[in-house]
Ligand binder design. Sequence first.
Ligand code: ATR
Length: 286
Amino acid sequence: MAITAETKVCCIIGDPVSHSLSPTMHNAAFQELGLDYVYLAFQVTSSQLREVMDGVRGLGIRGMNVTVPHKERCVRFLDKVDATAKEVGAVNTILNDSGKLFGYNTDGMGAYSALREAGVDPADKKIVMIGAGGASRSIAYTLAPRARMMVILNRTAARASRLAKEISARSKSVRGLTLDSLASKASLEEADLVINATSVGMRPAIDETPVDASLINPDATVFDIVYNPVETKFLREARSKGARTIDGVGMLVHQGAEAFRMWTGREPPLATMRKAVLSRLGGPTD
Ligand code: ATR
């Protein structure tokens, strides 16, 4: 696709950002639909965020993704933040509408869509989610109100209880527990859906798992938000126990697809996006 004087620009900011798969994924999607858009990556520090947002307004950059460590801090530089992103306290997607910057958080919906795409409906599920950090917050806010019950397990107990308390008013049943407690073992054994929402197992620490897979019920579905490697050790162990597994590529694609829709007003080409991501991760692309 030729870059012209009319090409619209989208980008991602982060620190570091060079590992990001979003440029590959979005540029493949723009190309597939013949859209005159380009997607770039910029490494920026926290102290540059104000001038970055002014630059987005000044240059008319259409859309932006925000990744670690800027998801929380960027909120203060935006004109408006949608209800979900406000509750979660973090933004991963920005839309520039005529100089006004609107912030969204598409991570939770990305996880939800990835589950639905895999044929899993959280509505009737006992969900055990491991982690209470940024990614877990987005997922908990989206899934807990839709689930039969959710148990949040975290290494640091206080963070698990705090998150459980925050979402309790809108959920049927939610509890926060310490990862290594007896109650946490019992909840894992009874879960229908186990989600690793921590970064444990991500390259290069590919031999780590968030919990012992012997605790996983073979009838459960196990979803890992880590996508590099595509099959984490946790998923591999859960699969060998007989559990159904869902890798993190679907969530990456769907959180990006939500952003793509906002920026372009077009339906994202999901298969193209997935293929582009998998070609970078070295997994099978069909
Ligand atoms: P992110 O935005 O990726 O979620 P984060 O906000 O730093 O990052 O949260 C990381 C999550 O992974 C937390 O739930 C963290 O547990 P703590 O709250 O106890 O720190 C969890 N985590 C990270 N490394 C871990 C490990 N080795 N074992 C268990 N949990 C871990």
